[in-house]
Ligand binder design. Structure first.
Ligand code: ARG
Length: 485
């Protein structure tokens, strides 16, 4: 070995400056890829042996050594050294300690450039499934709350002003449909992530009779990336993941904001369980909705990671550049942040108390039936614009005289429009809700069936997650058994 004691040290006369080691090292964060790095190497060395690129005996020694290292890591007996630079060199250094010079054959027909792209994809593939499972659970919690409160009415809002009565279940289902699209985006992304870059080498491919499809199949991937330069230099899969998480967080932070508002004394619609609220260190009476606030606030860092990685990738010449090492921490943090939130949300939603009386009172206050009165006139033949004008004058009159629509007598009504006294006017929030029984509307029957359809879709998504996990686990079990290479 050269003076620098680096695995790549051959052409260097001096060791690297210690600060350069510190700057250059990704080991403190990419050790998280250890498991996937070793499985990728097991698939690679199996292929090398099958293709006669390395002797079978050496390949077997390498595979045994890799399995030993994985055990050491799992049992926390593995020493990570900053001078190893990154997880790839760390594993290779240990392999050499364990099996000697044969270890040097593992990196045949491979570069860290295609290796790291593979590791990151394998890790992300698992992470997508974990986050997808968290979304399913969160959506299920919303459905549970909606179903348990299927007969609760609340005011729907526009401009945060009471607008028209809706079912609480309809309002909550709106979030379920958002989460359903987030899930769909993750599922589609999964197929793009699950492709193998191995065989791309540093950038141009490798001068060996490799079998890239075999490596992909051993790792239960859906095929290979078709261009070696693209495979080692693009990170759009990570960008897409961050974009999907950013949209998910935008959805969740809207939910969070509503829960914060609803739990205020001004709204008084909900109360969080004590286990999901916190107190004030100075004001003894306070019960603060910190969980919902953090849900809202943590969206900021997830959005930031998306912009951060876009800035790293933008303008980079092809192919690999060390800038790309900056791709991981933001993605790890975004995944950790979202995955924790998705575990806290379901129990928080399921345990919150809902004040149905307050919601029902608010649903009928502030003339939320005005549109429905206008619609009743329209059904009696009055053009909508005219009906709108008539009801607008009714509202102004009521506001000035401190009355509600229900207080208006026959004479008063007739003064606004001759038809008004003759037709059945909507009187309660339920009248408004019953009249919207169509797909997408807040009618009780439609909402009940929409909840059912969503639940079926979540069951289907959950089965998909299980199938993908089983497929990956089966492939990994095989790579870890003595059976290969
Ligand atoms: N630690 C590196 C990364 O995360 C691995 C690839 C290094 N490749 C290289 N040519 N130095 O990007």
């Amino acid at each position: 070995m050269s003076t620098s004691a680096k695995l790549w040290g051959g052409r260097f006369q001096k060791p690297t400056h210690e600060l350069v080691d510190q700057l250059n090292a990704s080991l403190p964060f990419d050790q998280r890829l250890a498991h996937h790095d070793i499985l990728g190497s097991l698939a690679h060395v199996t292929m090398l042996a099958r293709q006669g690129i390395v002797p079978l005996e050496d390949a077997r020694a390498i595979a045994q050594g890799l399995r030993t290292i994985l055990r050491e890591i799992e049992e926390q007996r593995f020493t990570f050294r900053l001078t190893d630079e990154d997880i790839h060199l760390s594993v290779e250094r240990r392999l050499r300690e364990l099996i000697g010079p044969a270890a040097g054959r593992l990196h045949t027909a491979r570069s860290r450039n295609d290796q790291v792209a593979l590791d990151f994809r394998l890790w992300l593939r698992d992470t997508i499934l974990d986050i997808a499972a968290g979304i399913v659970e969160t959506a299920r919690a919303l459905l549970d709350v909606a179903e348990a409160h299927h007969d609760v009415v609340m005011p729907g809002y526009t401009h945060l002003q009471r607008a028209q009565p809706v079912l609480l279940a309809h309002h909550l289902h709106a979030y379920v449909t958002m989460l359903d699209r987030d899930l769909a985006r993750l599922r589609e992304l999964y197929g793009r992530v699950n492709r193998s870059p191995l065989g791309s080498g540093a950038l141009a491919g490798v001068p060996y009779p490799i079998d890239r499809e075999l490596v992909a199949a051993l790792l239960a991937m859906d095929g290979i990336l078709e261009n070696s330069i693209d495979a080692v230099s693009d990170r759009d899969f990570a960008l897409e993941f961050l974009a999907v998480l950013a949209i998910l967080m935008a959805h969740l932070s809207r939910l969070a904001e509503e829960l914060v508002l609803w739990s205020s004394s001004e709204f008084g619609f909900i109360e969080f369980d004590d286990a999901f609220a916190t107190g004030s260190s100075i004001m003894p009476q306070k019960k603060n909705p910190d969980v919902a606030e953090l849900l809202r606030g943590k969206s900021g860092r997830v959005f930031g990671h998306l912009i951060g990685l876009l800035a790293v990738v933008k303008g980079l010449p092809l192919a690999y550049n060390k800038d790309l090492q900056e791709d991981k921490e933001g993605v790890f943090d975004a995944a950790d942040t979202v995955s924790l939130l998705l575990r806290v949300l379901p129990p928080m939603l399921r345990t919150m108390r809902i004040d149905r009386e307050r919601m029902a009172l608010a649903a009928e206050a502030n003339f939320t039936l005005a549109t429905d009165v206008a619609d009743a006139l329209v059904r009696a033949g009055v053009p909508f614009r005219e009906a709108h004008e008539v009801v607008g004058r009714m509202v102004a009159y009521c506001l000035a005289s401190g009355k509600t629509f229900a207080d208006l007598d026959r004479d008063e009504l007739e003064r606004f429009h001759p038809q008004l006294a003759a037709i059945a006017l909507p009187r309660t929030a339920w009248d408004a809700i019953r009249s919207r029984e169509h797909p997408g509307g807040t009618g009780t029957q439609h909402v009940a069936s929409a909840l059912r359809v969503s639940r079926q879709r979540l069951d289907e998504a959950s089965e998909w997650i299980t199938r993908q996990r089983e497929r990956v686990e089966q492939a990994f079990r095989r790579l870890l058994s003595e059976e290969l290479p």
